[in-house]
Design a binder for this molecule. Structure first.
Ligand SMILES: [Zn+2]
Ligand SMILES: [Zn+2]
Length: 135
C-alpha cells in the first residue's frame, strides 16, 4: 500500500510505500508524552519505502540512552510524524498523521503494557505484550 500524510500545519509531508510490518498500539511512557496521554497508534513500515515529499523534520534523540530512537517532528507545529528505531530497517509511522487515518484499520496488538495506565483501553481479546512480542 501507499500511504501519504503530513503534519498539522502542512509544512512537512511524507509518503510511505510497502506492506505494514506491524499495526499496533503502544502504551509506553514515552508515547504517552507524545500522544497526550493515550496509547500511540502506529504502523511499522519498511524504511526503504519512506520518504519526505515536502519540508524536513526536526530530529530528537535522547542522549542518556545506549540505543535511542530518533523522533522526527515538524519544526513549525511540533506534530510527531515518525520514529526511527536504532535496531531495525523499519520505521514507526504515527497513524494520526495519515491523510486518511481510516487506512490503519485496527491495531493487531498492544505493546509495552508494562507502562499502561488504568485509563488506557485494550479491546477484549487483543494480544498484548509487556514489552515486545518475541520473534
Ligand atoms: Zn507542521
Ligand atoms: Zn511507545
Amino acid at each position: 500500500m501507499k500511504l501519504e500524510g503530513g503534519c498539522y500545519c502542512g509544512q512537512v509531508r511524507y509518503q510511505a510505500e510497502g506492506e505494514p510490518i506491524m499495526k499496533a498500539q503502544c502504551h509506553c511512557r514515552e508515547c504517552q508524552y507524545i500522544s497526550g496521554g493515550a496509547p500511540n497508534m502506529f504502523l511499522l513500515m519498511p524504511a526503504a519505502g519512506f520518504s519526505y515529499t515536502k519540508g524536513a523534520p526536526k530530529e530528537f534523540k535522547r542522549s542518556d540512552l545506549e540505543r535511542p530512537v530518533t523522533r522526527e517532528f515538524c519544526p513549525e507545529c511540533g506534530t510527531h510524524l515518525i520514529t526511527r528505531p536504532s535496531v531495525t530497517r523499519a520505521l514507526v509511522v504515527k497513524v494520526g498523521t495519515l491523510d486518511d487515518p481510516k487506512l490503519f484499520g485496527t491495531p493487531q496488538m498492544a505493546i509495552y503494557t508494562i507502562d499502561k495506565q488504568a485509563f488506557h483501553h485494550i479491546p477484549e481479546g487483543m494480544p498484548s505484550f509487556e514489552r515486545l512480542p518475541s520473534r
